[in-house]
Design a binder for this molecule. Structure first.
Ligand code: PMP
Length: 312
């Protein structure tokens, strides 16, 4: 993977190679960091790079820093501006992935969350698909359970807790599946390793509530809005039993990385016909039009990077 040229690091844009951390860095040793994942989409016709919902992503990012008692003077608008400046410096004219990261930078021994100094960085790099089979993933129900709110809050995107996702993802892939579906401690369907989940059952869209140890996904919110407003579906947030996925007509993952990935098989059982279903197909087409800034109603979600924009 090609590295970025620049990084926004502690308030300034510097060369990526000049932003260094020491081996004893607290965040590296104890997982005391939080991160985000944002996409920017290049619209060739408009010659514009659109960042998708940056304010909402940075709001969640700052909420995660708050969970770890980090204090920053930035608001989400400041971080959005820093990102725009970074993308202009990189002069990217292609789809990008953006990674904000905050971590305790002290080089000390001692596990705690107080009396520490947070650092903040943002990098961006050209990026395509996160999963190869986004039109028909074969998933397995993981034997790993999702971290609970009283262990490590799943609504915070906390670096250390992604070991939980990594266990589930690696075991699934090494067993020949594309992704894992992770259950809560109480056995309900929670999410994928880095994505929220939706089922379509009897014409209704169902997704777990935010009190079921999920990450409060921005793409989840986007899809709920599009399903309701554009596809006219009822969307219900409720706990989902494991066996419901076997009976669903359609299922899909949502997330900044996976965007919208159809789940067509679970542990060798077909979901619906075993092919991407009509609602998922329609939603996917709409989503990709929205994120590229082509749907007027949702253009406020797409922040333009360059000044030459021709909004339509
Ligand atoms: N769940 C987890 C565990 C994730 O890591 C992600 C990716 N950020 C998501 C869900 C999807 O969130 P979003 O749509 O905001 O990217």
């Amino acid at each position: 993977m090609a590295l970025p040229n620049y990084v926004f690091f502690n308030g300034r844009i510097v060369r990526y190679n000049d932003a260094k951390v020491g081996v004893l860095t607290h965040g590296l040793n104890y997982g005391t960091g939080v991160f985000g994942g944002i996409r920017a989409y290049w619209n060739a016709e408009a010659q514009q790079l659109f960042i998708f919902r940056p304010l909402d992503h940075f709001r969640r990012f700052l909420e995660s820093t708050k969970l770890l008692r980090m204090e920053f003077s930035y608001a989400e608008a400041d971080l959005t501006q820093a990102l725009v400046d970074l993308l202009r410096t990189e002069n990217y004219k292609t789809d990008c992935y953006i990674r904000p990261l905050a971590f305790y930078s002290d080089e000390i021994i001692g596990v705690r969350l107080h009396d520490l100094t947070p650092a903040l960085a943002i990098v961006a790099l050209p990026f395509g698909k996160y999963v190869e089979k986004d039109d028909g993933a074969h998933v397995t129900v993981s034997s790993w359970r999702r971290v609970d709110d009283n262990m490590i809050p799943a609504r915070g995107k906390i670096t250390g807790s992604y070991i939980n996702s990594a266990f589930a993802k690696s075991d699934a892939q090494r067993a020949g599946f594309d992704e894992a579906v992770i259950l809560n401690l109480d056995g309900h369907i929670c999410e994928g390793s880095a994505e929220n989940i939706f089922l379509i059952r009897n014409g209704v869209a169902i997704t777990p509530p935010i009190t079921d140890n999920i990450l409060e996904g921005i793409t989840r919110h986007t899809m709920m809005t599009l399903l309701r407003e554009e596809l006219g579906l009822t969307v219900v947030e409720r706990s989902i039993d494991r066996s419901e996925i076997y009976l669903a007509q359609e299922a899909f993952f949502t997330g900044t990385g996976v965007q919208l990935t159809a789940i067509t098989r679970v542990d060798y059982r077909k979901i619906g016909t075993g092919q991407m279903g009509p609602i998922t197909t329609q939603l996917r087409e709409l989503f990709f039009n929205v994120v590229r800034g082509n749907v007027k109603k949702y253009q406020s979600w797409c922040a333009p990077v360059y000044n030459n924009e021709r909004r339509h």
